[in-house]
Design a protein around this ligand. Structure first.
Ligand code: PAF
Length: 274
């Protein structure tokens, strides 16, 4: 695997590549990320991963400073997956001047996670668009774990006519159901034992829905109550239209249940398609 740090060197290296698959990451890689690189490999001969902790998508008081940075281990993992190129720019390479031009997203970016992390998706979409322009991939792979992110990136690609196919990777879970996430390492031992309760409630809601209990509000309330009773602070727990992420309506064909909640200082998100 080659590690490239500058935009200029990356463009030079990628010149002439026939098909490129791209996996953007913020590092601290786990099996979920590695699955995305395997999926990327199935789509193109050249797999590029990026590692950049993007300050722009963190709010004031969020975990930008303590976000786990494990560059050496990440490189070894990507190497083992036969990723061809790692693009690992520093901040001044991606943001040589304050980033004044940003991506404006559809209204749905202000719901769900957007309602609790103002500006997060604008910062995410801005860096993703910059990375897309730098790497110019044919395929870009994003995990379903960040369902709203995947939705917004897909909208951006579609509505800005980017010649990229967005590929969605399934969420990878620990044996007890907890969705893999870089933030899981913030959990204490006791919190880690409790952490799969979010998944438990998503699955319970999904099964209740499938068995014919389709009163969204009551299913959501039940799950929220369960989590809050056990000490979680729930940002949201909602059944939504899987295609638009709006509240389900008469035309909804596919549903998804999404949750975000804090366990101690750690904010976990997860979802299940119904
Ligand atoms: O999902 C992530 O890790 C980040 O939001 C992304 C897509 C790498 C942009 O910084």
């Amino acid at each position: 695997m080659e590690t490239v740090e500058t935009i200029c060197a990356l463009r030079e290296r990628l010149r002439g590549e026939k098909a490129i698959s791209f996996v953007p990451t913020m590092g601290n890689l786990h099996e979920g990320h590695l699955e995305l690189t395997r999926l990327a490999r199935r789509h193109a001969g050249c797999v590029v991963a990026s590692l950049f902790v993007n300050r722009l998508q963190f709010g004031i008081g969020e975990d930008f400073d303590r976000y786990p940075r494990t560059f050496g281990e990440d490189c070894e993992k990507l190497e083992r997956e036969s990723v061809d190129i790692l693009f690992a720019p520093n901040e001044s390479e991606l943001y040589p001047v304050p980033q004044e031009v940003t991506v404006s997203l559809p209204k749905i970016a202000e719901a769900l996670c957007g309602a609790h992390r103002p500006g997060h998706f604008r910062g995410m979409a801005t860096v993703v668009l910059k990375l897309f322009n730098i790497v110019q991939p044919d395929f870009a792979v994003f995990g379903k774990k960040d369902y709203q992110q995947l939705h917004l990136v897909s909208k951006m690609v579609e509505q800005l006519d980017l010649p990229i196919t967005v590929v969605a990777g399934e969420t990878v879970r620990e044996a007890d159901g907890l969705a893999m996430s870089s933030r899981n390492r913030y959990l204490s031992e006791a919190e880690r034992r409790e952490a799969n309760r979010l998944y438990f409630n998503l699955e319970k809601t999904r099964l209740a829905w499938l068995s014919g209990k389709t009163d969204c509000r009551s299913l959501e309330r039940e799950a929220k109550n369960d989590l809050e009773k056990r000490g979680w602070q729930v940002d949201y727990f909602e059944i939504r239209d899987a295609q638009s992420l709006e509240r389900p309506g008469p035309s909804t064909a596919r549903f998804v249940v999404l949750g975000a909640a804090r366990l101690g200082k750690t904010r976990l998100i997860d979802n299940l398609e119904i």
